[in-house]
Every structure is written in structure tokens, then in C-alpha cells.
Design a protein around this ligand. Structure first.
Ligand code: HEC
Length: 136
């Protein structure tokens, strides 16, 4: 019985710490509500492989819909992938980052740039902070 109480107490202390660590990414952005898949069946084989790395690595902290529905220039994607890689515990190596960037650049030019109004422009830090404040 004593032991059970101790386990519950420890779990109770750990939960807020866990939630605090997650809180930077648990905001819902408009992009999160869009499609969560890309039809890559006509993409080159390399990009189909890249898509797998992308969906695996970029869905850890937020929805995969977020990058799938965000449109930006390829130069911005280059910077953005690095920004995501440098977040604590991103779990993305340099070579995986390169593969993911190549996929995002291809997808930008061959899917998003053909129909830009179907996608969301990336939000500024201020806009993200505002959404966080509204949602908490
Ligand atoms: C370690 C956690 C983490 C991982 C892994 C991660 N992201 Fe993010 N991502 C975030 C957070 C947190 C935000 C909210 C904005 C910020 O804090 O930079 C975000 C925001 C975004 C946005 C929204 C941009 C905007 O301003 O509207 C895009 C797009 C994005 N991520 C793409 C990616 C891609 C592509 C990958 C894979 C290379 C990825 N993310 C992996 C944490 C992560």
C-alpha cells in the first residue's frame, strides 16, 4: 500500500514537468487541421524515400499536417529544417535533415507552388505566441 502511494506521488510530480516540456509544441496551428498525407506515388524514388524520413522525423512534436500544409520558399525550408533540427531532442541527424530538406524542396516546387492558395504561409513567432495564449 505504502509503495502504491509512493508511485502515485512520483507520477503526480512527474506529470507537470512532462507537460511543461511539451507545452512549446502543443499549440494547434491552422496548418495542423489540413491533410496529413501527400500522394507521392508519382514522385521520383529518392523523394519517396525522403517522404518516409520526413513523416517519421517531423511528426514527433506536432502533426505531420503542419509541414504538409505550410508553403514557403525553398530557401526558407532550408532554414526551417535547421531550426527544427536544433530543437532539444529533435532526433534528426544532419544527413536526415538534408534528405528531409530535399523532399520538402521538391514537394514545394511540384505540389505547393502549383496551387499556393491551398496552403498556409508560415506564421511569425508573434502569431504563434498569440495562438498559444488563446488556447491556454
Ligand atoms: C523537437 C520538436 C520538433 C520537431 C522534431 C519538429 N518540429 Fe516543427 N515545430 C516545433 C515547434 C515547437 C514549433 C512551433 C514554432 C517554434 O517554436 O519554432 C514547430 C513549428 C513548425 C512549423 C510551423 C511554421 C509556422 O511558423 O507556421 C513547421 C512548418 C514545422 N514545424 C516543420 C517541421 C519539419 C519539416 C520538421 C522535420 C524536419 C519538424 N517541424 C520537426 C517542434 C518540432
Amino acid at each position: 500500500m505504502q509503495k502504491a502511494i509512493r508511485i502515485i506521488a512520483v507520477a503526480g510530480l512527474a506529470l507537470p514537468i512532462f507537460l511543461a516540456a511539451q507545452s512549446s509544441s502543443n499549440v494547434t496551428l491552422p496548418q495542423d487541421k489540413g491533410a496529413d498525407k501527400v500522394d507521392v506515388s508519382k514522385y521520383p524514388a529518392d523523394q519517396q524515400k525522403g517522404y518516409k524520413v520526413f513523416t517519421d522525423k517531423c511528426s514527433k512534436c506536432h502533426t505531420i499536417a503542419r509541414p504538409i500544409n505550410t508553403t514557403m520558399t525553398t530557401a526558407e525550408w532550408n532554414r526551417y529544417v535547421k531550426r527544427m533540427m536544433h530543437k532539444p531532442n529533435s532526433g534528426i541527424s544532419d544527413s536526415q535533415g538534408k534528405t528531409i530538406y530535399d523532399f520538402l524542396a521538391y514537394d514545394q516546387e511540384n505540389r505547393k507552388d502549383k496551387n499556393p492558395s491551398a496552403f498556409f504561409k508560415s506564421l511569425s513567432d508573434e502569431e504563434i505566441e498569440k495562438l498559444k495564449a488563446q488556447q491556454h
